[in-house]
Design a protein around this ligand. Structure first.
Ligand code: SF4
Length: 598
């Protein structure tokens, strides 16, 4: 097989390479006002296209994507350039990089960074529009190596596995350098794909594994597939996750983002961040101070990012440090039970006018079932404090279709919102100004590697009925608006989250002919994946050997995270008993042992 491991265009030797951080706007449409792009024009470098399978604005809002870009370009032998889905308004749909305008098919490596399953379709579109054969089996040494990573992949890579030569599963800091070294020194693509799993933990070559299909459970009992250890940093002492490129063309316009904590200690049973990133890890104060100092030279706004912002033990010092440097602060999420006067004052001083709180469920029963350890009183108290301090608009996140949910529980979303509105009215009277309450209501989608991974999605008819309960209940309430996520898109999202390799055919059909036809022609399979409860191992399959009994049922069981399946099954049981669980003490796991598989 003719090797194409070496870059197609001869760039001469690495030694003489020059790289510079471009401060002038890039030549191409996307990213015209960027600060911080890295352009390495040099010989013998591995040309890597880092592809975010969505538009520039969406991709550049991803801190994960920006971090992979910086890390890849820190590898001496790599020239990493960004590629996005062309803006639908753009006439020219030539898929090319932002840095040098190089066409996607001219790169040595195409590295997809995927945060959301819904972008799986765009990945297919990008490969097709570039003329690169979609399936790994149809590509040869003349084609770029096609690789994928990102949280959507290390939750469940199987729906796109047939399109990938290789996955890099886990946190980029654990994977990129060794991967590029192996690429550089391995003779050809076939050898790389044959050897990389042994050389790099977290590397996954789908073509080398028997897939876990919902339809081949019996086969598995004879050929239990290997598992891939998803890679996580033990500590965050020597890393940072911050904005690399500032630009006004993203959701975080000219905001310097700083991640303060990875994971979340609270363990809400529907949420992946509370389980796959266990134990939650904290960035040292010094690292965050340095990031704030870096930010102050580039912008006036700093965004603190984490699933559990207020759980960083030094959050007040961090806020004060930024405020002392006259920087405005914004927060990615706020837990009502952790909101105190000091934090609210900092928000108000930063000119924040809208706060976001996520009760997720209306009734205490449902909040216990999902392990959202917040009471109605805590929510109402937080609202009162926020409005009193002048943060007069509120965004509330709720889910419908949760396991064990009833219509009465949805009625309680209405009554909780009305109670919040009453506080609004009362508190705003004194302020002579009333703000808006915006409800964002999303259908529950079961997610891999969470306690609800075995659950089914609620039928569309039930979801429609529950949407109607909320609509009817709040339609006459002034200053309250409701955004309902599309039930149709949620169904697609569920399929892309829970599917096995057979889902790849449906993705390809959907990309070509649209979702309606794709779902129609695969109705039985889609309904099985989306609406059927998945057998929790212990109950169903007695004939599978004990050592495999807990893991070989679900497509994503080819992956191994640190949290154990037994812990997840135990959390599911507690949900059925409407019992809450203690939060992760963020202690030494070897001592704690609550959830980590030994
Ligand atoms: S073992 Fe304990 S400390 Fe470690 S992640 Fe689990 S709950 Fe947290």
């Amino acid at each position: 097989m003719k090797k194409r491991l070496k870059p197609s265009q001869k760039y001469g030797s690495a030694k003489k390479h020059r790289s510079h951080e471009s401060t002038k706007p890039s030549p191409h449409q996307q990213g015209t006002d960027e600060q911080g792009a890295i352009i390495k024009r040099s010989k013998g470098l591995i040309k890597t296209a880092l592809v975010y399978p969505n538009t520039y604005g969406t991709g550049m809002s991803s801190l994960g994507f920006q971090t992979v870009y910086r890390l890849a370009n820190q590898v001496e032998i790599v020239a990493c350039e960004r590629v996005f889905l062309p803006d639908p308004r753009q006439k020219c749909r030539h898929i090319k990089s932002v840095e040098t305008g190089l066409s996607l098919d001219r790169f040595d490596i195409i590295l997809f960074s995927i945060s959301f399953e819904n972008d799986f379709l765009h990945l297919v579109q990008l490969l097709k529009e570039t003329g690169i054969p979609l399936r790994s089996t149809n590509r040869n040494h003349t084609h770029p190596l096609v690789v994928a990573g990102g949280v959507a992949c290390f939750l469940n890579p199987e729906p796109i596995a047939p399109f990938m030569d290789l996955f890099l599963l886990g946190e980029a800091e654990c994977l990129l350098e060794v991967f590029f070294e192996q690429f550089q020194k391995t003779e050809d693509k076939a050898t790389l794909l044959f050897t990389i799993e042994d050389k790099l933990p977290g590397a996954y070559v789908p073509s080398r594994h028997l897939p876990i299909l919902y339809s081949n459970q019996e086969t598995l009992s004879n050929f239990p597939p290997a598992t891939i250890e998803v890679q996580y940093l033990d500590t965050l002492d020597r890393v940072k996750t911050t904005t690399t490129i500032t630009t006004s063309q993203t959701a975080f316009k000219d905001t310097f983002l700083i991640e303060t904590l990875k994971g979340c200690p609270h363990g809400c049973r529907f949420c992946t961040a509370g389980f796959i990133y266990r134990p939650p890890r904290i960035y040292p104060l010094e690292t965050i101070y340095q990031a704030i100092d870096e930010a102050k030279d580039k912008t006036r706004k700093v965004g603190l990012v984490s699933s559990a912002i207020l759980d960083h033990p030094d959050i007040h010092l961090i806020c004060q440090y930024a405020r002392d440097r006259d920087l405005k602060l914004s927060f990615s999420s706020l837990r009502a039970d952790k909101l105190n006067d000091q934090i609210i004052q900092i928000l108000a001083d930063s000119g924040v006018k809208t706060a976001t709180i996520a009760p997720e469920a209306g009734s205490q029963k449902m909040r216990n079932i999902i392990n959202k350890k917040i009471t109605r009183e805590e929510i109402l108290r937080a609202v009162e404090k926020l409005v009193t301090q002048g943060i007069i608009n509120l965004k509330l996140y709720f889910m419908i279709g949760l396991p064990l949910e009833t219509d009465q529980d949805v009625d309680e979303i209405v009554s909780l919102t009305l109670a919040i509105k009453a506080i609004f009215l009362e508190t705003s009277k004194k302020k002579k100004k009333i703000g808006n309450i915006t409800l964002s209501i999303n259908p529950f989608i079961p997610k891999p590697s969470t306690p609800f991974q075995w659950s089914a999605m609620a039928l569309e008819s039930i979801l429609k009925h529950r949407v109607n309960i909320i609509r009817q209940g709040l339609k006459k309430t002034a200053n309250v608006s409701m955004n309902f996520e599309s039930l149709r898109e949620a169904k697609h999202h569920a399929l892309l989250s829970l599917g096995d390799r057979d889902t790849a055919d449906i993705i390809e059909t959907a990309a070509q002919h649209g979702w309606t036809q794709a779902m129609k022609t695969n109705k039985e399979y889609c309904n099985m994946v989306i609406y059927q409860e998945k057998p929790r191992a212990q109950e169903k399959i007695k004939q599978i050997p004990p050592e495999n009994i807990t893991r070989k049922l679900l497509p994503w069981n080819i992956l191994r995270h640190r949290v154990s399946d037994q812990f997840l099954a135990g959390e599911f049981k507690k949900a059925e008993q409407e019992k809450k669980s203690v939060s992760c003490p963020m202690d030494d796991c070897n001592l704690c042992k609550i959830c980590i598989s030994s």
